[in-house]
Design a protein around this ligand. Structure first.
Ligand code: 6PG
Length: 251
């Protein structure tokens, strides 16, 4: 489905817009199905969004007791490591809100065998998240996007981008000289909604390349085919290279 674009003037307006959209969708989903299953993004961009979600008014409006948190990907590090996506989300959000600890489903980045950690997390997803079309069915997946167009740890030219048999896989990212654990496209495309968050001038080119030119998918972020619209949230700096027509047609 065609991506929908939200351009916010500043980073703080971006953070608030994403937090508000998460709260609204979570409240509506819990009203309908008594639970909300959300996968958090890693990296640096979402940290400020999580900090915003941990504050008034968003924090009090979230039905935390009905929320299950998952992770889109994780680095091959322990949870307290500075590079840990769980560690980042825990410090910015999860330690500050009354979500039941057994509803936070962490990828075990500390496992010396990332393939084993990926297989374990596949079982977590399949036992904790609803299943639809034979795959875990998350309500919302939050994603950042790399300047190379990667999402989660689905990096260009890696086998993970083509993984269609497993919901979670381990991937050796040679350009980063590291292993990652990541959910795969069957799970991303089975999500009810996907939010892609991009901020800052360094993301302007990938945002343009991903949204402006309707070419066949060159970048992993362009391969998203979720059931609902892919919602992009970008600030003015990240939208700087978009043409007026793209902004008009995608908003
Ligand atoms: C990760 C993320 C990754 C991230 C992008 C953008 O583990 O790094 O899951 O997909 O979202 O690399 O990262 P920034 O937000 O730091 O630019």
């Amino acid at each position: 489905m065609n991506p929908h674009l939200n351009v916010l003037a500043t980073r703080s307006e971006l953070n608030r817009a994403v937090a508000e959209a998460i709260v609204l969708f979570a409240r509506r989903t819990v009203a309908e199905r008594s639970a909300f299953h959300i996968a958090l993004a890693g990296g640096s961009t979402p940290r400020e969004v999580y900090a915003c979600l941990a504050q008034e008014p968003y924090c009090n409006d979230m039905p935390w007791d009905k929320i299950h948190v998952y992770f889109g990907d994780e680095r091959a590090v322990p949870p307290h490591h500075a590079q840990s996506n769980f560690g980042m989300a825990y410090a910015a959000l999860l330690a500050k809100v009354p979500i039941p600890p057994d509803q936070v489903h962490r990828m075990r980045g500390e496992d010396k065998d990332p393939t084993n950690a990926a297989a374990e997390y596949e079982q977590v997803l399949k036992s904790c998240a609803p299943i639809a079309n034979g795959w875990p069915s998350l309500d919302l997946v939050l994603l950042g996007v790399g300047t190379d167009g990667h999402i989660a740890s689905l990096f260009p030219d890696t086998p993970a981008v083509h993984e269609r048999a497993s919901a979670v896989t381990a991937v050796q990212v040679s350009k980063l000289d590291t292993w990652r654990i990541t959910i795969t496209f069957p799970v991303l495309d089975n999500a009810k909604r996907v939010f892609v968050i991009a901020a800052g001038a360094e993301k302007a080119t990938i945002v343009k390349n991903a949204l402006d030119v309707p070419t066949e998918a060159q970048y992993p972020v362009q391969q998203l085919r979720s059931t609902g619209p892919v919602e992009w949230f970008v600030d003015n700096a990240a939208a700087a290279e978009l043409t007026e027509s793209t902004i008009a047609t995608r908003m």
